[in-house]
Ligand binder design. Sequence first.
Ligand SMILES: O=C(O)C(=O)C[C@]1(C(=O)O)C=C[C@@H](O)C=C1
Length: 279
Amino acid sequence: MKGIGYLGPEGTYSEKAALLYAGDRKDLLAPCSTLEAVCQAVVQGTLNAGVLPLENSCEGTVVRTLDLLVRNEALSITGEIIVPVQHHLLARPETTLDQIGLVLSHPQPLAQCSEFLSQQLPGAKLQEMVSTAAAARVIRECGLGVAAIGNAEAGIRYNLVKVCENIQNMKNNYTRFVVVGREKPGEAEKKPAEYKISLLLHIHDRQGALYNILKEFAREGINLTKIESRPAKTRLGEYIFFIDLDGHLENPAVYRALREVDKQIIALRILGCYRKFKH
Ligand SMILES: O=C(O)C(=O)C[C@]1(C(=O)O)C=C[C@@H](O)C=C1
């Protein structure tokens, strides 16, 4: 079995998700420098699976991941993992809050901690980094006035202390990750259980187009759990919709709805049919 890619370095939230997915196969974990690198390695077959952040309970969809799913047609979704996200302000030992003039982190945590940052560090500059652990890793080489936002494990790994704990806007902050692979959708597991399907729909730019599609799912009593649009990158006004729904590809109601939807749109791609995450 080849590796499981995730956004590195060690100490990211993506690593936490990848560890949950790997179970006792932790030696397979492969940190990658970017989300693009994770996808590329899976598409090329250097890695067997990749773990990508898809949505956060506070900040919504990670659009970078949606764009990568659209662009990499060989990828399918084979699973999902939901990770609690608790951010801390990490700095070199003996740093105090009033010394901090620069905060480094991934754009998502900077947004997820916006209230703390504006209230407690109104004068601090914010700098985006490729990941929370990439931010934590450079702090040791910086002066006392620099802090990172990341998780407790990153603090331990990079010998940093928590200047402030649990600084995210929402106490219950969660990020949903998807596992991507090259399996054909539905092949990954077939045992009857609680399943989810992820779809990409490229729809026409015309009156009622979205309504007519949603109607098909409603008619079959299918519950949609996420809907998000991204520009199709073809022309202004044309969109691709990312839809998650409850069900399995072998359910007759799902089959009927997808057959009707397929007749009305430019393209339908089944990204995956996979088991729902159980906490
Ligand atoms: O920087 C990290 O630690 C990541 O794993 C990335 C990421 C993200 O892309 O949203 C993952 C989960 C958290 O929401 C914060 C950051």
